[in-house]
Every structure is written in C-alpha cells, then in structure tokens.
Design a protein around this ligand. Sequence first.
Ligand SMILES: [Zn+2]
Length: 1011
Amino acid sequence: MLFVILLAFVFSGANSSYIEYNTTQRIVPGKINVHLVPHSHDDVGWLKTVDQYYFGGNNSIRGACVQNVLDSVISSLLEDKNRRFIYVEMAFFQRWWRQQSNAKKIKVKELVDSGQLEFINGAMSMHDEATPHYIDLIDQTTLGHKFIKDEFGQIPRVGWQIDPFGHSAVQAYLLGAELGFDSLFFARIDYQDRAKRLKEKTLEVVWQGSKSLGSSSQIFTGIFPRHYDPPDGFTFEINDVSPPIQDDVLLFDYNVQERVNDFVAAALAQANVTRTNHIMWCMGTDFRYQYANSWFRQMDKFIHYVNQDGRINALYSSPSIYTDAKYAANEQWPLKTDDFFPYADKVNTYWTGYFTSRPAFKGYVRLLSAYYVAARQLEFFKGKSSSGPNTDALADALAIAQHHDAVSGTQRQHVAADYALRLSIGYLEAEKLVASSLAFLAESKSATGKGNGVTSFQQCPLLNISFCPPSEASLSNGKSLVVVMYNSLGWKREETVRIPVSTASIIVKDSEGREIESQLLPLSNSTSKIRSLYVKAYLGKTPRETVKYWLAFSVSVPPLGFSTYTVETAKQTGPSSAISTVHTYEGTKNDAIEVGQGSLKLLYSADEGKLTRYVNSRNMVTAFPEQSYGYYSGSDGSDKDPQASGAYIFRPNRTITVKSESQTKLTVVRGPLLDEVHQQLNSWISQVTRVYKEKEHAEVEFTIGPIPVDDGIGKEIFTQITTTMKTNKTFYTDSNGRDFIKRIRDFRTDWDLEVSQPIAGNYYPVNLGIYLQDNTTELSVLVDRSVGGSSLVDGQIELMLHRRCLHDDLKGVGEVLNETVCVPGGCEGLTIQGKFYLRIDHIGEGAKWRRTLGQEIYSPLLLAFSEQDGDDWMSSHVPTFSGIDPSYSLPNNIAIITVQELENGKVLLRLAHLYETGEDKDYSVMSSVELKKLFPNKKIKKVTEMSLSANQERAEMEKRRLAWKVEGSAAEEPKVVRGGPVDPDKLVVELAPMEIRTFLIDLDYLQMFSA
Ligand SMILES: [Zn+2]
C-alpha cells in the first residue's frame, strides 16, 4: 500500500528526462548579479612539494593532484561553452602544458581565446607579500606572464592574491597597477578591519599603495566578505557535504525550490555588504575541481533554476567580467593607502611570526635573488647560450620560492628542503655560467680578441661561515690567489671584503700590481664552530682545519664590472698583512673601551661589557644606544584560547631578557681597516660588531642557536637597540624593500584598534630596514634578509632574528617549526648567522645611507677565485672591466634592477628610482640615465617601454587602464610626476621618485667582443 502511494507521488510530476540547463545568462541590469567564479587555489608547495601536488604524490598527507584539476576542468569546459574557469599558478600550468598533445593544446588555446579559460594573476606562484624582495616579485611575475604571452598571446588583467597573510603596498601599486592590472582581489585582512568594512560597505576600495606615484598607480581592490571559498552550502567537491540540487522527479529528495531559496538568501546577504548590484562568489578553494563536473553540474543547475526563479541573476563569470561590471556602475570608491599589515584573524591570532620563520631559508632566498641579478648581467655580457649553462633553473627555483608558503617559512620541513634543493640546483648552474662569463671577460685581451673561457674560477657559497677552499689553499711554489670581484650595481663601490686564509705571511695587490693595505683577523669562536658543523652538514665532509684568519682588504670595483686582486706570499724580509691586535677585557677595569679607526667610534663600558656611546666625529652625532638580546617564550595554547605560537602566528606569553651567564667578556680586535668587538651573550647567542675605518655605520654579525628547548618552551629570539629618542610611538618599515611606511604603535589608520596583543600586534615585516625619528635624530637599522620588527617602546627598535617553536599554531601546516641541522651522529637546533647594520644621523640625513647601503647589502660583491703561477695574470688577463661606458656611472638615486638577454636577442632593462617623494633633499628628484652609456660598443636600434612584467607596451597599457573614481575630492592630491617619453635619438631615460621603468631594447653588435 505504501509502495503504491509513493509511486503515485513520484509520477504525479512532470516527465523526467534530459534537462537542458540554460547557462547562457549574462549580466542583467537592475538585478543583483551573482558572478560565479570557478577557481582552484593550488599552493605551489606547502604540505607537499610542488611536484607532489602536481602529480598527486604523497596523498597520505593530503589527497591533492593538480593534474586532475586541469584535466577535468578542460573536459568540463569543452562540454559547455558558457562555463568558465580561471587559472592562477603558472608553475603548475607549465608542468601540465608540456605534457599535452598538440591536439589538446589547440583545444585549450580555443578555450583561452574565447575567455572560457582565463589566466588570472599569472605569475609562477601566488607570492607572499610580507617577506619577498620586490625584485623577486617582479622577476617571478615576469616569468609567468612571459609564458602566457608566448603560448597564448594573452595579458592577464586581474591580480588574485587570495591567500597571502596580509597585503603589501608594493603589491598594490607595483605588482598591480604597474603590471596594467585593472583590479586585485584577496581574502585575508584583519578581523577588526573586516568587521568595519562589512558594516560600512567598504570592502571594495581604490588602493593607492605609493605615496610618490599616488593616483597614477592605483588599483581597484576587492576584499572578499569572508574567505576565498563559496558561501556555506555551495561547495561541491566529491566528498563535500553541501546538498546538491536534486531535480529528477523520479528520485527522492527533490529540492529545487529549497536550494534556489538558499542561493537567493546567500546572495542577498552578500549584496547587503557590497556596493553596486554585482557580487562575486569564489566557487572553489584549495585544490578543488579534481573532478570538475561535480562543481560544474551544480552551477549549471543553479544558474538555470535561479534565473527561472527570477529574483536575482546568476551567471558564469570571471574576475575580469566582474571588474568591468563594477567599473560600468560608475561608482565612487573609498580610498585606501598604505597596506594591510599586520593580519590577525582572531583576537590572539596575529600572523606576524612568519615574518621571521625559517631565517636561514629567507637568507638563502635573498642571497640567490641578488646572485640571479648579477648572473643575468654576466650572461648578457657574454651572450646567452641556449646549450651552455644559463640562469633559467635559478629563475624557476626563485619563482617558486616566492610562494606564500615558501619564503614565508610556513611549509612542512620536507617541503622547505625541496625548495632549498631547487635553489641549490639552480645556483650550481648559474655558478657555472658566472664562472665562464668571468673567464670570457677576463680573457678577452688574448690574441684572438675574445676569450676562450678556459680560466677556471671557483666561488664560495659558504664564505659566510669562513669556508672557501680556493682561498684556504696554501700559497706555495710561487702560486698566488687571484680574486675577481664583480659589482652588479650601477655605481662604483668601495668596501672591505674578507676571505679565509691559512697563513699569516701574505700580501694583497690590486689590479695595477700595487701592494695594498690588508688586515688579518682571528675567526670568532662561533664562526669556527659553525664552520666545522655546517660544512659537514651541507657537503658531507669535514673541512680542513687550516683556516687561521680572515684576510680583510679594501677594494674598489667599477659599476657593472669587476676588479682583480691577488693574494701572494710575503717575501721573508718584506712587508706583510697586518695582524690585528686582540685584547680581551674581563670586566675588571673601569675604563671605557673605544673602537673605530675612522669617523665613527663606539664606546663600550669594560665592567658591564656593553655598548654605551656612539660618536660620529664627522657629522658630530653623539648618542647613547644600548643593545640587548632577549626572547619571548611562545604561548603553548594551553590557556583558554588554544592559539599557540607557531610557523605563522606569533603569540608570546612572556618576555625574557638574556642576561649574561657570567660577566660578559669583550674581545676587541683592532687593525688598520676595521675594529671588531666580539661578545658572547650566553652559550647560544654571540655577536661581532664591526666598525670599518671608511664607513660610518656599525655592522653587527649575530650567531644564534641552537636555541635550547630542553625546558619544553619554544623561544623567539629578538635584539633591541634602545635610545633615549622621543619617537611618539612612531616608526617606519619598508614594503618589500621599497617604500617606507609610517607605523604607529597600537594604532591603525583605517579603524580604532582594540589592542589584544601589544607585542605581536605591533610587528611588521622588515625587508630593507626600520627606522625611528625624533626632532633631532634618526636611528636606522638595515637587515640582510626579511625579519619581523617593531618599536615597542619609544626610542627602541626591535628585530626578531630566530624562532624555534614547539607547538603547531593550528593554521594547517600541522607541524611544529623546529628546525634542526643533522650530521652523522645526531641533530641539533639550527644556528643562524646573519647581519644587521646600524647608523644614527641628524634628522633628514638617514635616507642616503639607507638607500645606498641597502643596495650594497642586497647585492654583495660576487667573489670568484682562481690561481696564477708567477705573476703574469694581470698581463695576460683583463684586470678590470666595466660593462658600461668607463666614464659613466648611474646617478646615486637610480639602480639597474634587470639586465637580461632574452631568447630573441632583445635585452630587458629595468631601472628603478630608489627614493620616495620628499625622502631626501638631494635625491628625491627626477633623475636620468643615458642608455647609450649603458650599452657602449653597441648600437641601440630601438627602445620600447613596457609594462612592469614586459608583456605589453606601456603606451597600450596606459590606453587600456580603467579610470576609477575615488570618494571625496581628488583635487587634493599634489601633481604626480613621472619621467617623460624616451627620445629615440637622445636615448635618455628620466625617472621620477619611486618610478620603475621597463624597456625592451634592440641592439646591434650584441656580442660585445665578437669579431
Ligand atoms: Zn595558499
């Protein structure tokens, strides 16, 4: 009986048969339009390596296979031409593309041409925004955009940084507007900021990231109301629990109207917090669409039934279509300036730990970033070879390393090892290229007029821990060491370099064969210690115990060029390198100890063993800074809020000052070129402070680790530099190494901050430096890699230098950040050696040092070693070289950030102004570069100005740019200045403050020395 009733019920409806869903819907004016944007967020490494994610390996960690995503999405798109999909991460798409048949490629190209498949963002990875350097961001975006242009002829229009943990000003103006993007979308902003924006309908803004470039570099920016996934109840991966639409009348659980109602309700809720009639739903999330039809089938039905219902309009869309709809609405948008750091998603959950997480990896990325800049220059000077070693593998590895779970330090340990391995493989190939280019350039004096590249050059990537076999080799039998120093900066530099040597009786000669002053310094205890352990860990062998000294000498190197120095055995009766005096102060005397041979003197108190005074006798700056170390014990999440400190999150629960375990000994090393102060703060923190005769800053090399955790407490180590400056809660930190942004403690510009984490909530990313100002003075600290920093007390700068955490912070990585180094016989906590640089200036005079030394820190001299028999090197080789006109140097406010030969023989050139408007009285001005002098001996046939990623002509990009309207008066803005067009005869490039200009240059006689 029951059976009969049921049957009757089922058959009482319409006939069940094939339903053709109408998915053709476009935008309908006057209705709420729900833009469904199908997407998959595919991390280029995180819990698994990039390759494991691609092919579906290691699925016990997570069932994720990007190959499945792309295969199934393409089939689904081919089934219905109204369906759309966006793809973002070119590192994955390239892997897939090269495996496809030509027939498949043709079909995919049609999907791209029709807009069904659209590349969004289009960089190799969705880069982190806190910890990368802007040059890396540009390079990895250029690489992805080039692939898209070469294969598909397409130019991405939209920035899609949906997952990074906070958003930088440089992302908005440089990696947004200057790429020609019309809009930028993301999910993660501070929870308090989001609450206010939801209330005020200000989630969509026009963002001006640069003070200097203002409205000329602004971008429409959309922040998602919640996250980058669909509203609850609309996720359709195979195992998802959202109810699918069941519209077959022959089956039970028919639910069309119910689901349509759900859809309309969710759309209206979002429309309530959004301006205009257009809302976007991100239909997807991490590694979704592994079976794409399970999503598309549901979206087909929703579009069909919701539009039949008619209350709102649903359509397949993309961020570009959405952007155009927003633009067409002709609305005025709120203005956003500065950035979106720091990011907190809950009251105790500040994502400020990752600014420092994995400091060794961050240092390695930075080191290779600059190496890549130098290697491309040398590759250009020699002529790019498609067969020989090149920089492509390094470019790829660096691009992947910028991912928001890579350089950020938030990946699993095995994935961190994979990124490092890729970098080292890329480095080894680039190292060969550098060696052969230097050989080619150094030999070009030979009879044939060009080098054969037979000279063998060695480089020393472990020089920082005093390991350098060629310089350690004993100089005997008339052999001497040849050191070629390459300078990738556009101006001449003079500095003191150091190499490890195994004998004291040596002299150093310059390119002209003149003996120059040099100084021998003892290795610090900590350097000797990490040298033996880390060489064994990295190379699997024990280094020879012959290194006795650092040999320091001052060098002068021309712009984009090299100088050659030789180290020889001293004659028995002749002069020899000066051995430093070493004096250890045990804290018994009451004297002040003075160090410094030049203008800058640092004074230490002998009984306390610490810095007490800073005196620059040239500019008459005197200050009384103190420096200390301490650590935060990380929250273990055992209180009522389970939030622990971890890879992402910084949540301190106690601050502990490191007090010396005994009276601190000071060891002072003195010599003609520099003085050093060695301090051992405790058994696992030490530092060497260096004052160079010719420089007016202090260089501090710290060695931290292994951080002890036997007490079961994770520790996050900081240093503080404390002065009496009255800084009124204000300090400045850079954005990706470029613009400086004003920070005010316990304050946000965009909302009234409720302070819950007074330490973690005041941390900001530092890539270049951090500084303080008061009425008379400025205190600047520059860094050698990205770290977290703050000013928690007026007059004080704090940097977090190392972290070792014992708890997972519940943000998905599922592993504790507890880095170790292992050799046969055991593992210990990772030790970090790094540097920061400190200087105090009169107010208004600090910028010159920050910008100039900042470039030198980013691009250290590249050292290559060879040896000579007798002393015929200088006569048989070119001892000095400059790739630009020898009479020329770039202005002090301009940097060459890219010189790269492309496969088509064209040269990619990028020039960057280093100063912001108003930053320096002399250098914040329009400046110019003479291209003819940059490319001597060549004829410049044509110069084309391009967008930042070089995928379109700048003029075309400007023509296409959408002119967004900003709320309030636009007339208040001072006129934005930019360099003018390049006259094809004069070939002079003007750059206004903070401008970066990108050119494609056609040259004749590209091979400099070809016959
Ligand atoms: Zn992600």
